[in-house]
Design a binder for this molecule. Sequence first.
Ligand code: HSE
Length: 432
Amino acid sequence: MEKFKVGIAGLGVVGSGVVRNVRSQADLLASRSGCAFDITTIAVKDPSKSRDLDTTGIQIITDPLQIARDPEIQIVVELMGGTGLARELVCESLRNGKAVVTANKALLAECGEELLALAASSRKPLCFEASVAGGIPILKALREGLIANRILSLHGIINGTCNYILSQIAQTGASYADSLAEAQKLGFAEADPTLDVEGYDAMHKTIVLAALAYGFWIPQNLVRVEGISRLQNEDFSYAKMLGYTIKLLGTIRSHDDGAVEAHVSPTFIPRSHVLASVGGSFNALSVRGDVVGDTLYYGRGAGSNPTASAVISDMVEAALALSGGVALRPCATHSLYAKVRPFDETSSAYYTRLSVLDQPGTLAKISAVFAEHNIGISSVFQPKEHPGDFVSLILLSDRALERDYRGAIATIERLPVVSGSAAAVRVEEFES
Ligand code: HSE
């Protein structure tokens, strides 16, 4: 039995889960992997904070870099978050010959390339399964289970906070504000929910997924991000009437020219698609490979135990690599890829809701603009509303270039028969 000394930076929800589960699953881990873990040191911000965790025998310190410099420690687990001190800790640990496990997607999205290069030159593993979709082993699936595949597309519900809020609105008709408040009350959403609801957390995860799928790190400024805060309740009702539901999707897709698109967008998905039934704070990812076809991964994307499950699997992977096992390259480059398709040049079908003057000729004027931009309309729907000058008009378009669609919408919004701004949401049919 090989025993590995571990230092952990951060003892919040995830850190505590790791300590508890490393203890409770010790026999299982030992019999499956031949490894045992001795958590010797934990760095915390506030050592005086009372915690529901027995830390007897563990040295509690306040400077995480002390872990990186401790010659006894072989595996450093970074669970602090942030991109400043966390980056220093990861870099210094790798330079000092330690294996590193991190759950920090923001750090990876910002400096993944640099950190993996450092890990490669240090010949030490850098593992980050817990950075995406918590307990779902999606990175191992992409790297190992799907190694024989070129990834054609990946669609992920990868932010539990947003999925909880969207599910609440769709199921109960509650307002966005009330659904967010409920998510905060239940501990799914932070007091400042910006990172989640504006899509940045999903963007970080999308970048990590793209790195695994396509072998290069897409710069954050090339990933177009739209969150869920501007969706209106009526769009959920119209989505339902039309046979869809709205999900926040991280989407990556490869194209025949080798370019990769990556974005985070609220998206209409057919209610018949499996992702549509992923409710509450759950995460799920649908991955299409050229050999395997469609695959699906589902589970909890956050929380103490699910995230600890991923961290501990990385600790085992790190331990096996340290003891001379074969490690698959986490993010192998592939000559087919390495360029990003600008968002403007991606294509989608679109849902559009307009407020229009209720008079003959209005639809003709609007459809003429779509036609001028080479966009077909697949469906038009005018809900019965109280009679008035302006009424809602709902259109579903055929697949069109984002640039053409945005051009059409800008022109339509200037038509005298149209009032205010259009509501526009991408529609994903998951066709092959
Ligand atoms: N805040 C994230 C979510 C979990 O709501 O899914 C951690 O990435």
